[in-house]
Ligand binder design. Sequence first.
Ligand code: EPZ
Length: 425
Amino acid sequence: MDQLIIQGGKALNGEVSISGAKNAALPELCAALLSAEPVTLHNVPDLQDVATMLKLLKNMGVHIHQAPTGDVQLTATDALKPEAPYELVKTMRASVLALGPLLTRFGHARVSLPGGCAIGSRPVDQHIKGLQAMGADIKVEHGYMMASIKDGQRRLRGARITTDMVTVTGTENLMMAATLAQGETVLENAAQEPEIPDLAKMLVGMGAKIEGAGSSKIRILGVERLHGVEHTVVSDRIEAGTFLCAVACTGGEVFLKGANAQHLEAVIEKLVSAGVTIKEVAGGLWVSAPKDPHLHLKAQSFRTTEYPGFPTDMQAQFMVLNAVAKGHAKVTETIFENRFMHVNELVRLGAQIEIDGKVALIEGVSELSGAEVMATDLRASASLVMAGLVAKGQTTVQRIYHLDRGYEKMESKLRALGADIERVK
Ligand code: EPZ
């Protein structure tokens, strides 16, 4: 298994290009299942999760042409096998995003239930409940969701659906299913993350009729069929936020090319109150921070909530900043039940953090000291890399396959900014 070796203490300076968003690319690859015509996606990030999704689609019979430039062309002909097998789904829960498109296009689908995952049980009951409201018959047999359309209907039918909680992929699955349903669907309590309006923009480009994406109420009027489209994946706000926090910790001045400030308001607000300088400039974001965060930056309390609140996917990264800033902070994780696994590893690096249920109490320290640490999930691995950048001496981050799921060439981007980091087999 690969690991990263980091010599801490270097400031970050220069320019970094932010890649396409993982959490937009994954549903948008599945949206290609909704049409028999070719769909071209630009700015698709080169990530393990994207590779897994492409394997899943290829396994169904989707014709895929991938260019090194991050352009992917997909054609889901009528001869598709609407199945998502366990061996692929178990490695990536986002595979459940194939369920809505397959069912609404082909009238039946066999999709493995996603296993659990490190950060929580992450059930898909809301996806199932919503599809059932649209006339789907879904039985769980031998670990698979066997979905079909009730009473031999050819199409799902529009429905008014209120999910019990805000769910990002639940909203995406139901929005995609509704594009080919008979009549109007209204999604109440819909997720508002920027990846949802980006998906809606792609679907509308395919001929779908959608209003309100990005708000808590989305209206979709079903159509008979969707045509092909060319779409550019929105930039990754979590990768951008991760680099903002990294510069805040190490000090330096970096231009984040392609970063979109509108998608990061809650994170930028906290970074600015901590004492980081962030400017929105043409084509991206400019961030600068003084060396030695313990002298210059103030720790910030926050609680993760649904968009536009502070994103749970930025909780582990911001915790590193709190660990080395001055003062103390209280971090509350309200979305997932087990998303503090990075804490024990940060404590090994010398951080002072105590967990009390959903709350972590952090006391900033003047220095972290390098050590061997182990990644446990995607965003935890990013936080350990960041901690390694500021810790004194050498830090080795193991199991970085977690990092490769959601960050494109992280170590080469950091090295280009002056970090002393290398990947060893
Ligand atoms: C998406 O996961 C993201 N993944 C996650 O990013 C992100 O952390 C999460 O949204 C929250 O923002 C993708 O977009 C591929 P949810 P998702 O459904 O859709 C509960 C990363 O690091 N819930 O919004 O799976 C669930 O357990 C990943 O890039 C149900 O109970 O999250 C959680 O507590 C990690 N039943 C809460 O809702 C359901 O049917 C929010 O989950 C669905 C969700």
